[in-house]
Write a protein of this length. Structure first.
Length: 401
């Protein structure tokens, strides 16, 4: 079959289960429709690292996809195209591709001209980036430069604006519930507090939803700072009301104490300016142990503290993250065929839809604007989800902005 046009596909940011099913579905549908498919490796890093002085067959960062290649990876987790957290319009001098080091000398360099030139060199007519708000925010830039973009949202945090669902979120919630229930045996055996730190830099969906699913007694989210004294009182109450004498709290990594700051592992940042989060769960555990005698007749309560981290984003996708990526991929191909560019596929009002790629925007701090609606879904006195008055709300209790 003569190829009409060429579609490029890439994955950026953190890996999640569901990326490989999306790559597979894009490739199979595109080939069926007569398109050629180029997989670009390592996200935006791959786009800026293509060397036009080499033949396409000698490139390190791209591969032509076919049925044999993608059928082997469709049921697996992660992304076989690999990923990176590269911001192509702010590349540090030390991170420049080797063949560009003599051309760019600034501390930070905008390599958008190279990205556009490389996409043209590869013959890519349409680009399908799969990523979160960081990855897709650069897709907005390329859209403004005339690249025909059809984006697919993914993130463990579930906080990409404009959609009720992002690839990876269901598996994150499923894994969190499973791992929390598994760790209950340790907490119950020793009559301890169980503190689990989960993903969620700016939004607390990945702590709130597992708690809705029965994983925890309480949850702490970035949208509302906690009073550690009050949380301790509640956790002691939960523990003493439990015949097995333990209680559980899920803590978003971006949560903070009332009057305190977010906790980072160090001061280093990625290209998008994000410091690496981590430590709030351990700090809360230390404080719960320290304060527990005050609410437990003078007796200290020990803790089991676990950061779930990469455990919830590893392994194969669950059912929803096998189905939705396939649907998103086919919707992206529908938009290409229909000539609708500068769009992001989404779920809106429980139905597959699409919105302008411009919807992926940031607040004044450069952060995602999609967060938990605290007044509607979070009891700030009890540190628990609110279940009332949900008629007409999305199935995953996420807004679509």
């Amino acid at each position: 079959m003569t190829h009409q046009k060429t579609i490029g596909i890439l994955t950026g940011g953190g890996d999640v289960p569901g990326l490989n099913p999306a790559i597979r579905a894009v490739t199979l549908r595109a080939i069926k429709e007569g398109y050629k498919v180029i997989g670009i490796k390592n996200g935006w890093k791959g786009v800026i690292s293509i060397n036009p002085d080499l033949s396409i067959g000698d490139q390190e960062y791209c591969i032509e996809l076919n049925e044999q290649i993608v059928n082997r990876i469709g049921r697996t987790g992660g992304t076989f195209l690999h990923s990176s957290r590269t911001k192509a319009n702010k590349v540090p001098c030390k991170a420049l591709p080797e063949h560009l080091k003599s051309k760019y000398k600034d501390e930070y360099n905008d390599l958008t001209p190279e990205a556009i030139k490389n996409l043209d060199f590869l013959g890519i007519d349409y680009l399908i980036p799969i990523g979160g708000d960081d990855t897709l925010s650069y897709a907005v830039r390329l859209h403004h430069e005339g690249i025909k973009i059809i984006a697919i949202p993914k993130t463990m945090d579930g906080d990409v604006p404009g959609t009720e669902y992002c690839i990876g979120f269901s598996t994150c919630v499923t894994r969190t519930i499973e791992l929390t229930h598994a760790l209950r045996t340790c907490a119950g055996s020793h009559e301890r507090f169980l503190i689990l730190e989960v993903f969620g830099r700016n939004a607390g969906f990945s702590a709130l939803l597992p708690t809705v699913g029965g994983a925890a007694d309480r949850c702490v989210i970035p949208e509302y700072p906690i009073d550690i004294e009050h949380l301790t009182e509640l956790m002691v109450e939960d523990r003493n009301n439990n015949p097995s004498k333990y209680s559980v709290v899920l803590v978003s990594e971006g949560a903070s104490f009332n009057g305190g700051d977010i906790i980072y592992t160090d001061n280093s940042t990625d290209m998008f300016g994000h410091k690496k989060l981590g430590g709030i769960g351990e700090t809360i555990g230390q404080q719960l142990k320290l304060l527990s005698p005050k609410y437990n007749n003078g007796v200290e309560i020990n803790v089991v503290n676990q950061k779930l981290g990469y455990l919830v984003r590893s392994g194969e996708p669950d059912a929803l993250d096998s189905i939705v990526p396939t649907a998103y991929a086919n919707l992206a191909l529908d938009l290409i065929i229909q000539g609708h560019y500068g769009q992001m596929v989404c779920i809106k009002d429980g139905k597959y839809n699409y919105v302008s790629i411009e919807t992926v925007k940031k607040d004044s701090k450069g952060e995602s604007i999609k967060r938990v609606n605290v007044s509607k879904f979070y009891d700030t006195n009890r540190y628990r989800p609110i279940y009332a008055n949900i008629l007409g709300d999305p199935i995953m209790i996420l807004t679509s902005d």
